[in-house]
Write a protein that binds this ligand. Structure first.
Ligand SMILES: Cc1ncc(COP(=O)(O)O)c(C=O)c1O
Length: 462
């Protein structure tokens, strides 16, 4: 019981937690994580867990990468802080920007550094507005996100997020933001509709939406290659090809939110490669530094940069930036992370071990609680349903996903329930054997959940 633990009780007394049921936290207290090694973390009782979510979809190299610690230490000793405003820079920032541009899957021009995924997306929004003002298109300002898309929690990013809890009682979304259909075939396709036909319908619906809004007012469309927090939703076949045709027709920019997919998660360096996207802006964070220090990037194409140059000449400055943009220690850690990805062929590793996750997880598809197993690379989601045949979901108040999350934790596996979809997103360094062990623990948690539901009469499964 954590209340007897002094650190836990201080936490309850003084700490306002993000994404937490605050009342429940007061009574139940936190899980105190004290150490990490490889794909594992340990709590204050010494219990070991497989971190099946790589923290928050981010610790790509696991929890004990000494080279990242050393890179941070070296940089802190040499130059612990400097800024990049007003024509200043430092070596790590210059080198990281060059390295990132070389990695981009489509021609890109410049890198802008922020500290988080949300900030990267807020920067992208401001850049889209700045760009269209530079071109004299003062009405072309609306940005379309998607229902169930997740782009963060700052004011613009949360507005683009298509999840009700990020808007409710926060007075969001902003009036310029819109949401298009969610591309989830299992949930939203018509009976018998193929992925391709569903994708055509979604593209037609987007076109109709742009026409309704007036194309002269629509500036950009933002999309995660694979939706993460909305429930690990892999787009249907041909989706981005058809969506991009519509965007090009109406001169609407594409922002690829690579915050989860970037740096190998889907088996290619970027999700944009996996799904043949040609974005004008790419945002990235998380695995950029394996999350050892906070850093994110907003990468822009040459036409945007040219317009910014013109505009800043007129105004006298490009007045956007953060005190910690390109923090030297964060840049040094990101550079070392990218070096490790290359030296250890992390992409090749993900391609080799991801079938163990994707095929292994699909053996649970027949389980009575499982509606759909989906995913790509080292990213997967398992959607739990009350009735498999009719795809009827559980009432969210029943908290079935949360129950499985607790049971998994008891079995030494940290997962994340997004309502009733359970996400798996392990560190990219996970081995095939470790994936097997993760799936064994998942299977136990699934059976426990089914048993508990059968006992309470919520589902007729055992
Ligand atoms: C796709 C995506 N974009 C943006 C964000 C926001 O990133 P941050 O929490 O670093 O602000 C997240 C966070 O999970 C994300 O998954």
């Amino acid at each position: 019981m954590p209340l007897g633990n002094s650190a836990a009780s201080r936490d309850i007394a003084y700490h306002l937690h993000p994404y937490t049921h605050l009342k429940k936290h007061e009574s139940d207290g936190p899980l105190m994580i004290t150490a990490g090694r490889g794909i594992h973390v340990f709590d204050d009782s010494g219990k070991e867990y497989i971190e099946g979510m790589a923290g928050l979809w981010c610790t790509a190299l696991g929890f004990g990468e000494q080279r990242l610690v050393d890179a941070a230490t070296r940089q802190m000793q040499k130059l612990p802080y400097y800024h990049i405003f007003n024509h200043k820079t430092h070596e790590a920032a210059a080198e990281l920007a060059e390295r990132l541009i070389a990695l981009m899957p489509v021609p890109m021009s410049k890198v802008f550094f922020n500290n988080s995924g949300s900030e990267a997306n807020d920067s992208a929004v401001k850049m889209v507005w700045y760009y269209n003002n530079a071109l004299g298109r003062h009405r072309k300002k609306k940005i379309i996100g998607r229902l169930k898309g997740y782009h963060g929690v700052t004011v613009a990013a949360a507005s683009l997020t298509g999840l009700p809890n990020n808007h409710r009682e926060f007075d969001l979304p902003l009036p310029q933001m819109r949401h298009a259909d969610c591309p989830h075939h299992y949930r939203y396709a018509k009976p018998g509709e193929s992925e391709e036909v569903f994708a055509t319908r979604l593209a037609e619906s987007l076109e109709a939406q742009i026409q309704r809004e007036d194309p002269e007012t629509v500036a950009a469309f933002i999309a995660e290659p694979v939706m993460g927090a909305g429930g690990v939703i892999v787009p249907p076949k041909t989706y981005f090809e058809k969506i991009q045709k519509v965007l090009r027709k109406y001169d609407v920019l594409l922002i690829a939110d690579e915050v989860i997919c970037g740096f190998g998660r889907t088996g290619k360096m970027f999700g944009s490669e996996t799904f043949a996207m040609t974005p004008d802006i790419m945002t990235m964070a998380k695995a950029l530094s394996s999350a050892y220090l906070p850093i994110s990037a907003t990468v822009i194409s040459e036409p945007l940069y040219r317009a910014f140059v013109q505009q800043s000449e007129k105004i006298g400055v490009f007045a956007h930036g953060f005190t910690y943009s390109a923090h030297p220690a964060c840049c040094a850690v990101a550079l070392e992370t990218l070096k490790i990805y290359e030296e250890r062929d992390i992409l090749g590793h993900v391609q080799r071990v991801s079938p163990a996750l994707q095929n292994g997880l699909r053996r649970f598809a027949a389980h009575p609680l499982v509606g759909e197993v989906r995913g790509i690379g080292l990213l997967a989601g398992v959607e739990l349903v009350k009735d498999k045949a009719t795809k009827t979901p559980f009432d969210p108040k029943e908290g079935v996903g949360a129950l499985l999350q607790v049971r998994a934790q008891e079995h030494g596996l940290i997962l994340r329930a997004m309502v009733d979809t359970i996400a798996l997103c392990p560190p990219l360094i996970i081995s095939a054997d470790e994936i097997e062990e993760m799936l064994r623990r998942f299977g136990r948690a699934l059976d426990d959940t089914a048993k508990a539901l059968a006992e309470t009469g919520l589902a007729s499964v055992a």
